[in-house]
Design a binder for this molecule. Structure first.
Ligand code: MEV
Length: 309
């Protein structure tokens, strides 16, 4: 039997642009997906006592296909992550499931798990970058860039784009998450923005501008320049809105949070889902978000990525 868990994530800078090879910065959050698997002598694979349904459990199913698992499995799962919100629920499911499956085969290497998890997300969502799956695997702060630098972990390539994954040391941040309650599946909006990107030079310029902004944002994080980080978060939000990734409910929560924070932006896919605010006043920021109709959570980051338990 193998038991493991993997965390969700939030993207501080660079969502969407990272799909086209631009840099991004993300941190793992202290909310996890847990999974336990063992081979069984039964005829069918079960999950939490029910017959496994490949349509419903599409990430897990694709992970099993990728590893060529033919045997029946007994699987138990539990999660602290809401899905379709932009906090990396599907990445955590994929990474923890692959951790168990690789573990059952007796071959556990984090780089291989992260790369396979990216392939799974890419196939299920019809396109993705490795930011969610690598952050869930590694934990802490993960930075993607087009070139290799200090803290390099592994590289991922797909259809002419190469993403170099790095770990980075940044100070602990006080962040508040605001959930709009609007479900937003990642694949759908990523696909819509891809069409915009392909057809429009304006969209390509926005994506490039985001890349420059992410590098400044990472530097401001390392310098502990919270005012600078907040300003860049606000700018990143404006660019995400121009790409069509925001939503009126996100805008309302972001506006409300800004009164008590350095900066605020959507995080993850957008189109609903969640926003984050960087603040010294987490209680006041939470109240402002709730006053604007959102559900607020004070976030804790974690250094713990994929863990075998
Ligand atoms: C989703 O958490 C982040 C996106 O950039 C998609 C991806 O990178 O796979 C929107």
């Amino acid at each position: 039997m193998v038991r493991c868990s993997a965390p969700g994530k939030i993207i501080l800078f660079g969502e969407h642009a990272v799909v086209y090879g631009e840099p991004a910065v993300a941190i793992a959050i202290d909310k996890r997906f847990r999974c336990e698997m063992s081979f069984t002598h039964g005829d069918v694979t079960t999950i939490n006592g029910m017959v496994f349904d490949p349509e419903k459990q599409n990430y897990l199913d694709r992970a099993m296909v990728k590893l060529g698992i033919d045997e029946s499995l007994e699987i138990y799962t539990s999660t602290e992550l809401m899905s379709g919100a932009g906090i990396g629920s599907s990445a955590a499911v994929t990474v923890a499931s692959l951790g168990c499956l690789f573990g059952l085969k007796g071959d556990v290497d984090k780089g291989t798990i992260a790369k396979t998890a990216f392939e799974v997300e890419y196939e299920v969502q019809g396109g993705a970058s490795p930011i969610d799956t690598s952050t869930s695997t590694q934990g802490g702060c993960v930075v993607i860039s087009s070139s290799k630098g200090p803290g390099y972990l592994w590289g991922v390539s797909k259809r002419g784009t190469t993403w170099n994954i790095h770990e980075s040391d940044i100070p602990k941040l006080k962040l508040v998450l605001g959930n709009t309650g609007v479900h937003s599946p990642t694949g759908k909006l990523v696909g819509k923005i891809r069409q915009f990107y392909k057809r429009s030079d304006y969209a390509k310029d926005i994506v490039q501008e985001m890349g420059v902004l992410v590098q400044k944002g990472h530097q401001a994080l390392k310098d502990e320049d919270l005012e600078g980080v907040g300003r860049l978060m606000d700018q990143n939000q404006r660019l995400l809105s121009c790409l069509g990734a925001s939503h009126p409910k996100l805008d309302a929560l972001i506006d409300a949070a800004r009164e008590h924070s350095y900066g605020a932006k959507l995080t993850g896919v957008g189109g609903g889902g969640v926003m984050i605010a960087l603040t010294d006043e987490p209680e006041e920021t939470s109240k402002a978000i709730e006053g604007a109709g959102g559900k607020a959570y004070i976030l804790s980051s974690t250094k713990r990525g994929l863990s075998f338990e």
